[in-house]
Unconditional design. Structure first.
Lengths: 235, 100
């Protein structure tokens, strides 16, 4: 691949992620503002966004934050919230034929939900290339880190995100992506199993086990429906 | 602009946990062959994970959220992502203002 195609791919990735950047900036600002109310300095909030780079677990950490910080508490919570990344990375790993081994590991360090979803989406229609993936990561990573920093610095000046409906951005993006993965009745079974398991688990089990429960239930549904139809060979 | 030591350690613990989850899937598929039904199961991961994350918001938070999720899903059938998301956010703000 020559440099020109690489640049084209990089710009293509940037174009694909741009709506999600518009969506993630308010979330980053809210994260920073929440972190400030918990006593984190802008530097600490920015450092967390830069090193953890996983919104869900950062919000959960803010929920259970103590002074002084408990590394076992937030570390375990991050593990639990992000356990879905094991499945996501296994899934996306099968789409990385165009990546060399070190590039695969490096890319996976940036496996935020939005980046992963856009990459999976891309892999359905074209070959996923490292340059295209980098085009997703670079602007999204910078937007997340700097919006978190800005949110922590501005703090109380920001309005109530719940009144503005901005807390809804993240679920709305996910719903749009779910609709894009629809492939027929089989997908319906996966969604139903995952949704029911997640709601039930969230109702009865405190914490964030519901994400893992829903993901595993959806996976089980896919395995079962796949078995009943048996050998349908896909190239 | 100070960084407290306990906070730094907590952030590093979170980062380590996250990196572990992100790399282990990749390690896993190097050691497990992925053919036939396993392949199918892997392909179901994206919708299963996405649904698990949004389900409590969509079905168990409130009428405003449920309706706004429906608006977003319906819009996504025809409209580009950014427009669908904006419609969803606007609906949830309006519905909450109405007290739903």
């Amino acid at each position: 691949m020559n440099n020109n195609t690489k640049l084209q791919d990089f710009l293509g990735g940037m174009r694909a992620i741009s709506p999600l950047i518009a969506a993630v900036i308010p979330i980053g600002l809210v994260f920073g503002a929440v972190a400030a109310t918990k006593g984190l300095s802008p530097a600490e909030a920015g450092l967390m966004s830069a090193l953890v780079f996983a919104g869900g677990s950062q919000f959960v950490a803010m929920d259970i934050w103590t002074h002084p910080a408990s590394w076992t508490g937030v570390g375990f919570a991050a593990l639990l919230v992000n356990i879905r990344h094991v499945l996501m990375s296994a899934s996306l790993g099968t789409r990385m034929g165009g990546f060399r081994q070190p590039a695969r590991y490096l890319s996976m360090l940036f496996l935020a939900d939005e980046i992963w979803a856009m990459a999976e989406f891309r892999a359905k229609v074209a070959r996923l290339t490292p340059a295209w993936f980098a085009g997703l990561v670079a602007p999204f990573y910078l937007a997340w880190v700097f919006s978190g920093l800005a949110g922590a610095a501005l703090g109380a000046f920001l309005g109530d995100p719940v009144v503005l409906g901005l807390d809804f951005t993240f679920p709305a993006v996910f719903i749009v992506l779910v609709m894009g993965f629809w492939k027929g009745a089989e997908t319906g079974a996966v969604l139903l199993a995952s949704g029911v398991a997640a709601v039930a688990t969230q109702h009865f089990v405190p914490g964030v086990w519901y994400i893992a429960a829903g993901a595993v239930a959806g996976l089980a549904a896919a395995t079962l429906t796949g078995k009943s139809q048996d050998v349908e060979v896909t190239p | 602009m100070t960084v407290d030591l306990a906070t730094l350690v907590a952030i590093l613990a979170m980062a380590a946990a996250t990196v572990l989850t992100r790399l282990s899937g990749l390690v896993l598929i190097r050691h497990v062959s992925l053919e036939g039904s396993r392949r199918k199961a892997i392909e179901s991961i994206p919708p299963a994970v996405l649904m698990a994350v949004v389900a409590p918001t969509a079905f168990a938070t409130g009428i405003a959220e449920t309706l706004a999720c429906a608006v977003t899903a319906f819009a996504a059938l025809r409209l580009p992502m950014l427009v669908s998301v904006a419609l969803g956010v606007a609906s949830v703000a309006i519905l909450r203002a109405l007290g739903l």
